[in-house]
Design a protein around this ligand. Structure first.
Ligand code: MV4
Length: 454
């Protein structure tokens, strides 16, 4: 008989993050009756998460290394306030195995995957070989350190173009496309050198290059009793320089048969790494062949989690806290997906140069209405600091079909005002993307913005 009730209780949690995700987590904690302790840098003294938390402790100067990445400072806050758990959110220390280890060694609950799991999924090459062994489709090529000679043989078998990838790279860094044997001989040592210099590790592997893939990901919830459930899928193909701009759920262009196979693959991988909590398995999808390929697993709640929440009605952050206390998942099957949702990441950036453009929010009119959710830490008078990522708000929109979804998203942009000295946003960039033929027809892919010269 599996466990129905918590094996441990979280009475007070340190939210080791800032901005909209800290606000998001504090809201769920209030509803769960969990006390919250905010940590903040000197630059975030007036930030919303500090105002909403039950307690707030300054942990250092604006520089993230001395504040949000300062492990001793964060552990000390838990000690001083008598917290029994730490919530990492996304970014910062959220996927740092050492941090998870230290938190658990201090007798605190790390609300996230096990440290060993974070180690496994943190290494792209290791993750790919685990996927292969688990019977999860991976991109043809090698999944371990590859010499030039081996690369030449593999490229001959799988055909050009091929992609050289640095094992220690990630997020699009350390990748080179090669179109011929001659180019492979030239570029391979360059790729090794670049990897050694950039990442301190010259391990290179080779893959078949997918020309215009879609980025499809599967949300997973996994409890401590071996239950692993896919909680829908998302398409995140609208990216600029590997930064997601618009994400949507469900992925519009995949059919039910492919969806079922994707979910099976994602569950297989999550079980193979003994996953716990909320996680996402990322795939590249070729709409021509309907083939999909594992690329990585993310051991954190993702920025775009609200689109999944909008089409399933499931509070993913709440389940992170329940699983961390030993609750068993009462979701046994992939939930019914109702309608469509998309998220627009509203960034403080110059619409022409995309350079960060922090400033003071002097005039703020946020959108609302049926099928509209706004996750933000902004308020009128808030000073956007220049030290952190440029995300100001997430506009999440729901509608029964994708056509109405795009109309509603455009209406949301029209009614929004975010203005202030020096403060610029990418609102108009979203309007442009939503009105492209490719996006409207669901034919967008990861190279679209680059091909449109963004
Ligand atoms: C690829 C690929 C095409 N072919 N691998 C980018 C970062 C990491 N998530 C893996 N990525 C890719 N790997 C092969 N063999 C395309 C991507 C990719 C991508 C590439 C260029 C620009 C944007 C991208 C967004 C997602 C994935």
């Amino acid at each position: 008989m599996s466990q129905k009730y918590p094996t441990r209780e979280i009475k007070k949690v340190v939210i080791a993050n800032r901005g909209e995700i800290a606000v998001r987590a504090i809201r769920t904690c209030k509803e769960l009756g969990i006390k919250t302790v905010a940590v903040y840098s000197e630059a975030d003294k007036e930030s919303l998460h500090v105002k909403l938390a039950d307690e707030a402790i300054c942990i250092g100067p604006p520089n993230p290394q001395e504040s949000y990445l300062n492990i001793p400072a964060i552990l000390s806050v838990a000690d001083i306030t008598g917290a029994d758990a730490i919530y990492p959110g996304y970014g910062f220390l959220s996927e740092n195995p050492k941090f998870a280890e230290i938190v658990e060694a201090a007798g605190l609950i790390f609300i996230g995957p096990r440290p060993e799991t974070l180690k496994l999924i943190g290494n792209k090459v290791k993750a790919k070989s685990i996927a292969k062994k688990a019977g999860v489709p991976t991109i043809p090529g090698s999944s371990r350190r590859t010499t030039l000679e081996e690369a030449l043989d593999i490229a001959h078998d799988i055909g050009y173009p091929v992609m050289l990838k640095a094992a220690a790279g990630g997020g699009g860094r350390g990748m080179r496309v090669v179109f011929s044997e001659k180019e492979l001989r030239e570029k391979f040592p360059l790729a090794q050198n670049e990897a050694r210099i950039s990442f301190g590790d010259d391990t290179i592997y080779i893959e078949k290059f997918l020309m215009r893939p879609k980025h499809i990901e599967v949300q997973i919830l996994a409890d401590e009793y071996g239950n692993v459930v896919p909680i829908g899928d998302r398409e995140c193909s609208i990216q600029r320089r590997h930064q997601k701009v618009i994400e949507e759920a469900p992925a519009y262009s995949i059919d039910q048969e492919t969806r079922k196979k994707l979910y099976e693959a994602a569950v297989k991988f999550a079980k193979a790494v003994n996953y716990r909590g909320a996680g996402t398995v990322e795939f590249l999808y070729d709409p021509e062949s309907k083939e999909f390929y594992f690329i990585e697993m993310n051991g954190r709640i993702q920025v775009e989690h609200p689109v999944t929440e909008m089409v399933t009605g499931i509070d993913l952050v709440k389940w992170q806290f329940l699983i961390a206390q030993g609750y068993e998942l009462d979701i046994k099957e992939p939930p019914t997906i109702n309608g469509y949702a998309l998220e627009m990441r509203i960034n403080a950036e110059d619409p022409k140069t995309f350079a960060p453009s922090p400033g003071t929010v002097e005039k703020l009119i946020l959108p609302g209405g049926f099928g509209v959710r706004v996750d933000t830490h902004l308020y009128q008078g808030y000073q956007v600091p220049p030290y952190y990522d440029s995300l100001l708000a997430k506009f999440i929109v729901w509608a029964p079909d994708r056509e109405e979804l795009i109309k509603r998203a455009l209406r949301v942009i029209d009614e929004t005002t975010i203005e202030g000295k020096g403060l610029k946003t990418n609102l108009e960039f979203h309007r442009f993307i939503l009105q492209t033929k490719e996006f409207k027809e669901g034919k967008h892919h990861v190279k679209l913005l680059e091909e449109l010269n963004y």
